[in-house]
Structure formats: C-alpha cells, structure tokens
Design a protein around this ligand. Structure first.
Ligand SMILES: *Cc1c(COP(=O)(O)O)cnc(C)c1O
Length: 402
C-alpha cells in the first residue's frame, strides 16, 4: 500500500458520464418516508411531472414513465413500435448504438447496423442511400443515438430528419437522448423526432431508477397497429393515465418522484437555453485545457471537430496504460473519479487502458470543472505523463469570458 494522500479527505467528486452529480436539494427531497400512493400529494406531483418533462424534451406530445434505467427505456420504445420480423436501421457512432441494436434483436427485430466507427458522426448521406434502397419499406425505425456516451460523438439529428424526409421514407425516427437531454440542445418536435428515450440519472440529476419514453401521434398510430405489446412496456396506459397506478403500472417510484420534482424545478428556474449555454461553456473550457495538454503530450480528444462533440461528456485518448493510471491516481490521491474508457478497446489495448472519459452533465458549474481539470493536471505531473503547459489558464480564460 502506498502512503495515504494528504489531499484525499474532503467532498468526493464523481465526474463520470452517469450517474452524474446529484444536487443536495434533490437528495434531501428524496430523504423522507414513503407517502400514500393511492391519492393525495403523490398523485398530484406525479401528474405535475408530465408537462415539465415535455418542456425539457421540447415536445407537446406524450410521455410514458418507467421504473428502470436507460436500458428499460430502450426496450419500452421498441416494444411499442417494433414487431418480431421488422427491420430497424441503426447508425452507430459508439457502443450505445450497438447496445440498442442488440435490444432490438431481443424483441425479434432484425437490426441493420451502419457503423460509422468511433471518431466520426453519422453520415446522413449514407443513411439516405440505405433508406432509398429500401423500396419495400421494411425498415420500420431508425434508432439514432444523439450523443454516444462511449465516444462522446454528437450526431446531427435534424440533418437525419431532413434526409428521411427527402427520401420520403416512413420509418419512425427514434432518438436516444439518455446522455444529452438537459445538456446538449435537443428539441423533439422542432427536430421531427417521433420517439425519444431518456433516463433520469444524467442531465436530469436524479439517482438512477426512472426513465422516459416520449412519443408523438405518428408513433402512437404505429403502436395502435401492433399485433401485440407486452403489458408492462405498453406506453398507452402510462401516457394516458387516469388512475394513479397506471402511471407506473404498479407502485409509484415514490422517492424518485419527489427528487425529479425538485430537479425539474431547478431546471425551469435556470431555463433550457441557459442550461445548454452552461454546458456549452464548460465543455469549451475542458476542450481548451485538452488542447493545451495535447501540445507535446499524448492526450487527445477522441472527436477532432468541435461541431461533432457532445457538451455532456468528453472521451479522451492518452495511450495505454496512462488512462487507467491517471484515473487511479486522481481517485486515490485527490478524491476525483473519472470515467473509464468504454467500448474503445482494441487488440493492442484490450482493457481500454489508453482511454478515459469526463462527465460534465447536469449539476456542474465552473468551479467543479476547474477543480476536475486541476486534478487531472496534478495527475499528469505526478505520473510524469508528458503534457503541454497552460491548460488551466486556457480553461480559466474560457470561463472568464462569461
Ligand atoms: C447511459 C446511457 C445509456 C444506458 O443507460 P442506463 O441507465 O445505463 O441503462 C444508453 N444510451 C446512452 C446514450 C447513455 O448515455
């Protein structure tokens, strides 16, 4: 055992891309005895979540809530719209697209994957070619991950919609906004998205355990024509709940409802434009630091073009074993936890030791990001990993421009 670090004790900082940092107000709201679930406050608060979730998603349409994580929302979205034997098209820019495709196979669909690798966004022209060739309209949905959290690639969902319209293909456009909702700009109706899935533990700042499927009237028509939908995933009673038990198909997610209520209040007090602007500015501060470290050192951002980078998560390459070493150093020495490299492994680096990720989603502000970057800078120095100087000055200069 190495000697204990003199600068370890204090508030820990979990800077991984989900679960994100939970606001104290959310945790305090959840710390209470369970309420009655059949009437009173719990029912009123649950109803009150619906218009506010819609506002966050930028939709005037429907939302079904589930007790489950993001994977549950993936399965729910598919279960309502995709029948066994249907085909879905999955443009992949990282591991999460492959995960959603796998889930589609699990409900009996054929998932056609268009893989764009781990460093570039979707090429909508290529997606258009595949849709154009599908003259029999076998493809029932395009499953598009807005921000793939493994690579931190952000894809252009409005451009994908425009391409689908240009081709005139009737497939549903489904978006995975589990990483991006409440961080990267997303406007469901304006962008023409038919189905959107999200979880509560990233931009929505609530401990994992709740997820959401938003859907429009087109998607509802597809649902109505399904031969059958598994009862638990059926979004119809949840989205059109009249009785309290219908929201959750059973016991309410009691403490989570209180937590989400507070999180949504915080989001509305700040405003969506301001939330997006905050994430944008903090991401730019991180990028400025990374650019400075990169001079003469191995640390590079996974996505070269800022236009294709998420504002919620940053995937980094630093070469094995430095990614793991740096993570272990900041965790054991200064109480900072960075994200593992996910889905970036290759034969020369089977455990992705050369990669790591920064989560900067949800309840994060300037001093937290400066602290995270400062901790990384200390780790690079302690471990003698070559790096350029001036990273913290560069980040501070970005934040100073507010
Ligand atoms: C986190 C995440 C998921 C999976 O969510 P879980 O809550 O871990 O099931 C899916 N897609 C994206 C883009 C994510 O960031």
């Amino acid at each position: 055992m190495s000697t204990p670090s003199p600068v370890q004790t204090g508030r820990e900082y979990l800077a991984i891309p989900g679960p994100s940092v939970m606001p104290d107000a959310v945790l305090q709201a959840m710390h209470r005895a369970s309420p009655n679930i059949y009437g009173g406050e719990m029912v009123d608060i649950t109803r009150s979540l619906v218009p506010d979730l819609r506002r966050v998603a930028g939709t005037a349409h429907h939302v079904a809530m589930y007790i489950g994580n993001g994977h549950a929302a993936w399965e729910a979205a598919l279960s309502n719209t995709i029948a066994p034997g249907d085909t879905v098209l999955v443009p992949a820019t990282g591991r999460f697209a492959h995960g959603w495709a796998d889930m589609a196979e699990g409900v009996g669909a054929h998932a056609e994957i268009l893989d764009f690798g781990k460093q570039s966004p979707m090429d909508v022209a290529r997606i258009g070619d595949v849709l154009r060739a599908d003259t029999e309209h076998k493809i029932k949905a395009v499953l598009a991950v807005h921000v793939d959290t493994s690579t931190s690639i952000r894809s252009d969902i409005p451009a994908l919609r425009a391409m689908m319209d240009e081709v005139g293909h009737p497939a549903l456009l489904m978006a995975d906004c589990i990483a991006s909702l409440g961080c990267d700009r997303f406007e469901m109706d304006a962008w023409g998205v038919d189905v959107m899935v999200a979880g509560c533990q990233k931009g929505l700042m609530v401990p994992a355990g709740m997820s959401f499927v938003f859907f429009n009237d087109r998607a509802e028509e597809v649902r109505a024509a399904m031969p059958r939908v598994s009862r638990y995933w059926d979004w119809t009673p949840r989205a059109h709940a009249e009785e309290p038990y219908q929201f959750w198909d059973g016991t309410a997610a009691t403490q989570h409802v209180y937590g989400l209520r507070v999180a949504l209040d915080m989001m509305h007090a700040e405003g969506m434009e301001q939330i997006w602007a905050r994430h944008e500015l903090l991401a730019r501060a991180i990028w400025a630091a990374c650019d400075a470290w990169n001079v003469g050192g191995p640390l590079t951002m996974n996505v070269a073009d800022p236009a294709h980078r998420s504002r919620a998560v940053t995937a980094l390459r630093i070469g094995a074993p430095h990614g793991t070493r740096l993570r272990e150093w900041v965790q054991s020495k200064i109480g900072l936890t960075l994200g593992i490299g996910l889905g970036m492994d290759d034969p020369s680096d089977p455990k992705a030791d050369g990669f790591f990720r920064l989560g900067h989603m949800g309840h994060v502000n300037g001093h937290m990001i400066m602290g995270m970057l400062g901790g990384m800078d200390a780790g690079l120095k302690a471990l003698d990993i070559p790096h350029g100087s001036g990273a913290l000055e560069a980040a501070a200069a970005v934040i100073a421009k507010t």
